[in-house]
Write a protein that binds this ligand. Structure first.
Ligand code: NAD
Ligand code: DAU
Length: 350
């Protein structure tokens, strides 16, 4: 039967920290290992409420360092792997594609090799679950939805690197019989998201009365999902997903950027007791993102029909909770924007 050790990579990041917390709470008879190299996006403060739980251990390691990864795999003999560690921001991938190739493709292949190394051919109880993105499918026109059979057509270095990693996971399944699941999810939002992504960046800028940089005409569409609903889908797929399958996960919740930004501005005016329209007056249209995908929208009917998953949090509730969280955690935001959060590991763990 093997150990009852689950490895989560990238657990100090935005989505990973919600997955780690959920797993530590729900899988009491499993030990949850969070492996993260703590890049600029990794913040252990995200997990301070659960860091002393008996079934949780943090491992500081880089997935790009195969010998370090191999040692940890041999030591802990992980039975299941949920792989979230990645470079995740499209704009950074445009500025520096190499880091995305390294971590997202080569780092993933390191994990696949290390998993093969400890599992051998007896893989009955094992799973390599790769967390991916809807961006691998490229862009939609005005209509239609991404399904699990939509051909891959990535347009940014980020999405090309995620597409590459998806292909390697699948290839290890076909070639070496490595058990795997891949899920491709739409845009997540919620507490603990690094303020380089649209929603937390704009919340922060509104608080600080800074310009809100809208790319192009703002008529780009994204399908938004509350991060805790993504974490619940991941838990369900780990427990009940079909080996060697892919699943799309989405919010059934499409918004044009400009409409979402107007809504956010309205909520922020009310929360900050500012005159109506004062946040919207910060909107500034700037040069477009190169290769900007026009529209993403997910058909999540497979995971819904097979496993009964659907989002539990409406966008109105989720956005309200997110805004509330950022307003009551301004210290978190200050630590992140000043860089102070990067000292948390040294204070707590060494
Ligand atoms: P994030 O940038 O907030 O977190 C990434 C985490 O990975 C960080 O903790 C970072 O320290 C860690 N990491 C990066 N490079 C590493 C390395 N070489 N070794 C070990 N750890 C490393 O990302 P996120 O938004 O939480 O996304 C998590 C995963 O989900 C990514 O794989 C991303 O592609 C995927 N995803 C994200 C979204 C979204 O909307 N944010 C949607 C779909 C899929
Ligand atoms: O679809 C899933 C993907 O969603 C994930 O795989 C990525 O990891 C995640 O970063 C996210 O990618 P996007 O590029 O869609 O997210 P971002 O928050 O960067 O941008 C959302 C939209 O807002 C996009 O159309 C670009 C626009 N935007 C973004 C920023 C940061 C702006 O107009 N201005 C901005 O300053």
């Amino acid at each position: 039967m093997g150990t009852r050790n689950i490895l989560i990579t990238g657990g100090a990041g935005f989505i990973g920290s919600h997955v780690v917390r959920l797993f530590v709470e729900k899988f009491r008879d499993w030990h949850i290992y969070n492996l993260d190299s703590l890049t600029y996006a990794g913040n252990l403060e995200n997990l301070k409420d659960i860091e002393s739980e008996g079934n949780y251990t943090f491992l500081k390691a880089d997935i790009n360092d195969f010998s370090q990864i191999e040692k940890l795999f041999k030591k802990y003999n992980f039975q299941k792997i949920i792989h979230l560690a990645a470079e995740s921001h499209v704009d950074r991938s445009i500025a520096n594609p190499d880091a995305f190739v390294r971590t997202n493709i080569l780092g993933t292949v390191n994990l696949l090799n290390a998993a093969r190394g400890i599992w051998g051919s007896n893989v009955e109880n094992n799973l390599f679950y790769h967390i991916s993105t809807d961006e691998v499918y490229g862009t939609l026109g005005e209509t239609g939805l991404f399904t699990e059979t939509t051909p891959y057509a990535p347009n940014s270095p980020y999405s090309a690197s995620k597409a590459g990693s998806d292909h390697f996971v699948r290839a290890f399944g076909e070639t070496y019989n490595l058990p795997y699941i891949i899920s491709n999810c739409s845009n997540n939002y919620g507490p603990n998201q690094f303020p380089e992504k649209l929603i937390p960046l704009f919340i922060n800028n509104i608080i600080e009365k800074k310009p809100l940089p809208v790319y192009g005409d703002g008529k780009y569409t994204r399908d938004w999902l509350f991060v805790k609903d993504h974490a619940l889908a991941i838990k369900l797929l780990l427990e009940k997903g079909q080996n060697k399958s892919t699943y799309n996960i989405g919010g059934f919740n499409e918004w044009q950027n400009i409409d979402l930004i107007q809504l956010l501005c309205k909520i922020m005016d009310a929360k900050l007791n500012r005159e109506e329209g004062s946040s919207a007056s910060l909107i500034t249209c700037i040069k477009d993102r190169p290769g900007h995908d026009k529209r993403y929208a997910i058909d999540a009917s497979k995971i819904n029909k097979e496993l009964g998953w659907s989002p539990t949090v409406t966008f109105e509730e989720g956005l309200e909770q997110t805004v509330e969280w950022y307003l009551s955690n301004q210290k978190w935001m200050k630590n992140v924007t000043s860089g102070e959060y990067e000292n948390y590991y040294n204070k707590q763990y060494s």
